[in-house]
Ligand binder design. Structure first.
Ligand SMILES: Nc1ncnc2c1ncn2[C@@H]1O[C@H](COP(=O)(O)OP(=O)(O)OP(=O)(O)O)[C@@H](O)[C@H]1O
Length: 442
């Protein structure tokens, strides 16, 4: 919660000469979101200072919502109108008609915090203008010491920057204390995948990345280690937003995987795995598509979110850094909302005339920096083992970025018996490091 800047009475700013920055639609949408969703209401109340509203009546309505929330009352247009009528504020804020209008004005309650950020941003602008006006007044003050005035101006700017949050900061820890804390991993699969991990899997076209991600998804939902089927894990909730394949194609791919889980006596339970296909892709730079993702994430609160492929997440130039950044913000918001791991797939670029193809994700370089883990599937060097024949399809699992933490991903996978991909140890693997120059299966 932010606190208001305490201005000194002598430095009261002059009135705004131009219309101060504000966004009436965002203000209405924040209030509307509070009326439609208790979750949005809680998030907005945690974030927004009532004084941030430019329109006085919006501040009064928001205060009414805050009072009702604090006493656990249900909040909708009818109950809020009654509450404001009881406090004698209803007529002043526009009557019951205006309260209903607020609920109708909001495009989606899922964006409540986003609207609140706009309101907060405009508030900060107004406070900045006030601060500037105060500094001008101070500059003309004849009695005060100039250095004192400069110090006060700096203190005021610092206060505006921190807006009361500096007092909430915990003391920064000494390294000797810092290393004493226990490392608490929040594993989804011990050693392999932790909640919050972001992973991008790459390969060339037809390289097997979709198949591997589907296998991982089914295994995680069934409680099977994706690369060690004899090891069982706690089943987790998986949400797949497939922005590439249509439903029939997807169904055909998942059926054998469900059968494999059944054969392992770890058949999927209802509610563990949700999937939605949008073969036309989504454009996460647009509010409607962003809300589409967030509604599903908020409703299902998955442990693992699989969304993509990357190039289907916005409609613009795939190399555009700003568009990629906007997409990553939405995915990060989904990840923070559900506290989930995020797995995505991306194509790797076409190779040059010499050397192996790069495995980095095609498109904006942001996708190289964004995930904690990036792996690519590359056919192994031994031609027989790399062939697309039963038992072959040997792939090297190559990290294309430095891992941000230790994880036990396999170095080699090949076409398996029970599952499409299984990890293996090449015949010429080094006894200690597991390194193999050929990846030979036979
Ligand atoms: N381990 C496997 N065993 C048998 N078939 C496989 C295996 N991996 C992939 N395939 C098959 O190879 C084809 C391409 O695989 P997949 O769709 O997973 O590749 P991809 O890298 O996602 O390709 P794209 O980027 O073109 O979608 C599919 O028909 C798939 O069924």
């Amino acid at each position: 919660m932010t606190t208001e800047i305490a201005w000194e009475p002598a430095l009261d700013p002059a009135p705004f000469e131009r219309t101060p920055p504000h966004d009436p639609v965002a203000e209405m949408s924040v209030l509307g979101a509070c009326l439609l969703s208790s979750e949005a209401c809680r998030a907005v109340l945690d974030f927004l200072n009532p004084a941030a509203f430019y329109e006085r009546r919006h501040e009064d309505i928001f205060n009414g919502i805050g009072r009702m929330h604090a006493t656990g009352q249900p909040i909708d247009p009818i109950t809020l109108a009654k509450h404001l009528a009881d406090s004698g504020d209803l007529a002043r804020v526009g009557g019951p008609g205006y309260i209903h209008q607020l609920a109708r004005a909001v495009p989606t309650a899922a964006n409540g915090e986003y609207y609140a950020e706009i309101v907060e941003d405009r508030y900060l602008r107004r406070e900045l203008i006030k601060l500037g006006t105060s500094v001008v007044t101070m500059g003309y003050a004849t009695d005060d010491d100039t250095y004192d005035l400069v110090e006060r101006a700096v203190a005021m700017a610092r206060e505006l920057r921190d807006r009361g949050q500096a007092t909430d900061d915990l003391p920064t820890e000494d390294l000797l204390d810092f290393v004493q804390h226990e490392d608490n991993y929040d594993w989804i699969v011990p050693g392999l995948l932790e909640r919050g991990d972001r992973l991008i899997l790459t390969a060339s076209e037809g390289g097997g990345k979709s198949t591997l991600l589907r296998q991982i998804a089914v295994c995680l939902a069934a409680g099977i280690h994706p690369f060690d089927p004899a090891t069982y894990t706690d089943p987790v909730r998986v949400l797949v937003l497939d922005c590439e394949n249509g439903e029939p194609a997807s169904r055909r791919k998942y059926r054998p995987l469900l059968n494999a889980a059944e054969r392992a006596k770890r058949g999927l339970r209802r509610g563990q795995f949700h999937i939605e296909c949008r073969p036309a892709g989504v454009d996460l730079t647009r509010p409607a598509d962003r809300a589409w993702v967030m509604r599903r994430v908020e409703r299902l609160m998955p442990d693992v979110l699989i969304v993509g492929p990357v190039y289907r997440l916005h409609a613009g130039n795939p190399n555009d850094e700003e568009l990629a950044r906007k997409v990553s913000v939405v995915i990060d918001e989904a990840r923070a909302t559900a506290g989930c791991a995020v797995l995505m797939e991306a194509h790797s670029p076409h190779g040059g005339p010499v050397g192996p193809r790069s495995l980095r994700p095609l498109g904006s370089s942001l996708w190289m920096r964004w995930p904690e883990f990036g792996f690519g599937l590359r056919p192994v060097e031994d031609e027989k083992s790399a062939a697309n024949e039963p038992g072959a399809r040997g792939r090297r699992v190559v990290p294309w970025r430095g891992m941000r933490d230790e994880r036990d991903w396999p170095q080699f996978v090949k076409q398996g018996q029970s599952w499409p991909w299984e990890s293996y140890r090449p015949v010429d693997a080094d006894q200690f490091t597991g390194y193999s120059a050929t990846g030979a299966i036979w």
